[in-house]
Design a protein around this ligand. Sequence first.
Ligand code: IVH
Length: 690
Amino acid sequence: MTDISAKTRVEWLRREIGIHDHAYYELDAPTIPDSDYDALFRELRELEATHPELATPDSPTERVGGRPLAQFAQVTHAVPMLSIQTETDTNAYGAEHFDTRLRRELDMTDAAEVEYVAELKFDGLAVSLRYVNGVLTQGATRGDGVTGEDVTQNLKTIRDIPLRLAENAPPLLEARGEVYMRRDDLLRYNEQAEAKGEKLLVNPRNGAAGSIRQLDPNIAAKRPLRFFAYGIGATEGWSLPDTQKELLDALAIFGLPVCPHHVVARGWRELADFHKRMGEERSRIPFDIDGVVYKVNSIALQNRLGFRSREPRWAVAHKYPAEEARTTVLAIDVQVGRTGALTPVAKLQPVFVGGVTVSNATLHNEEEARRKDVRVGDTVIVRRAGDVIPEVVAVVLDARPVQAATDDLFAEAPVHPPFELPDTCPQCGSHVEREEDGAIARCSGGLICPAQARGALLHFAGRRAMDIEGIGDKIVDQLIKGGHVKTPADLYTLTAPALASLDRMGEKSAEKLIGAIEKSRHTTLARFIFALGIRNVGESTARSLAYRFKSIAALQEADAAALEKIDDIGPIVAESIVGFFAEEHNREEIARLIGAGVHWEEQKESETSATGTLAGMTFVLTGTLPNLKREEAKELIEAAGGKASGSVSAKTSYVVVGEEAGSKLDRARELGITILDEAGLLQLLRGESS
Ligand code: IVH
């Protein structure tokens, strides 16, 4: 039996969380700190776990996702989800043309002006939300208009979609509207994703549409998605309002978010005014729109007008000219990100697009740059679709500069060759490695590359590497900024007075830090190897390497064949290691570290024979896991005594599979190796057998 106090508490928590969600997501004015909110949420989740009978489909805990689906179920829309006609003219004539057509169709050519509602055309993904007795029971994509996909789990993660409507909502209501992302939210999301080395969202529309189409709701839960309602599908037990305006008001009263930027307009001039005004406001509206939508206000008139194929005759989209412009490519630069990823960037003849002057446009990666075949000197179309980073849409091939035709038979040849990423890092000269899937090229000079200095230093000083207590992001940032430290070896040249000159660092803490650095000189070979930050070399691989080679000199000389003799080292890891030591800079850095007094004792056997719940097991990770980053999963496995390997072989115990898993999954199936998802891995880690 449920005790009354638990029930009361659960109800109170839900109400409280609902109030804070509203303040945060709709009013944009949070009333409590995030940590307090998280505490309320955690308490609710724990209470629901201990009292499963108290769980309800509209509890805020429903928003956190759940297990990934194998595929989406199909949903047949009770009322089809329509598309909308577009006026081809982007000036005022678009509004006039629509109005003229309507009046003709309605035989109202002499009558008074038609009344419309003008709304924004949101640039996201259309969805339908089904509320039964006020509770959100199903959410679906538009699909082909007749059949869509059941994306309820994903939609439930969107905080401004109510899980329960207000008391006065009809017993059945399908609300239709758009899932979208705000530009500022996208920017913030991308900053964090970049810092974590995760994939960036290209633009808000892809961000919204892409998140909703993921089978794993944990992905949508992490993305800052929002929703606006603008229409209805099936309803029961409700006498429909007379106008579209009243319909929007009713949706808002039921608790659905309705965009405030809409007006009732009489005649085409007022429509054109709205189009013009919103066009001017566009850059100040926090989300992307690609036009406005005009709808006949009277529902009775809407019904008289009806449909043509999949489009209602009573509505039209009036777009804005695309924010595109032509310019020329002056150069193609290669930028190195904080994780070493190389991004080609087109340097442009500055051009005014969508309200700003653009002089750089991303080419995303080598594959994209090649696919679009952007070359120096090319005339290109750049688009700023409200994107944070403008992009090159296409090359105007006719305008590509060519060498004057010679007198032989060959056609004129382009002046510039196709773009290629350099083989060496433009920041540090280290060689560039291609990741398995080929899309990302990365600088291999993690240890010495200035673009990656921060990450390299933090890793080097980390608890499981050289374990220098007191070195965190703030200190590292200051050390780099002040020019005190460029690479790990510089840490051993620091003096107490230099440290004491840093912000919030007294003499005492400076002395302490010097002590910690001093102490770290004495370490183990395994820690030292791990600290170097060689790609694909985690703690357990570092331990195996230390045990097998006994000295850094021997490891430096090892070739791929020798490395692959080690249990958990496959060709990819071997190549990372060989590549790392082939780099002169890296050898120099190691020599400097040893010169600075870093030393270790010979590896003892006990350090390699792992104990723990996963001892003796080898794991291969593939794809993107819903919560854990690959590195984190690896660390957890290694901390529990397991090995994380890069390639699937008969020696593999488990393959842990995330979203967009690749060939490793196929290989695992071929070999009949047990496949786990993240939850399964966590279960094993907890010592529960799967
Ligand atoms: S009404 C009446 N209103 O435009 C036809 N659609 O329809 C039903 N869209 O992918 C759509 N903003 O998601 C309507 N204020 C708005 C809209 C809107 C954006 C999208 C809709 C659909 C596309 C074509």
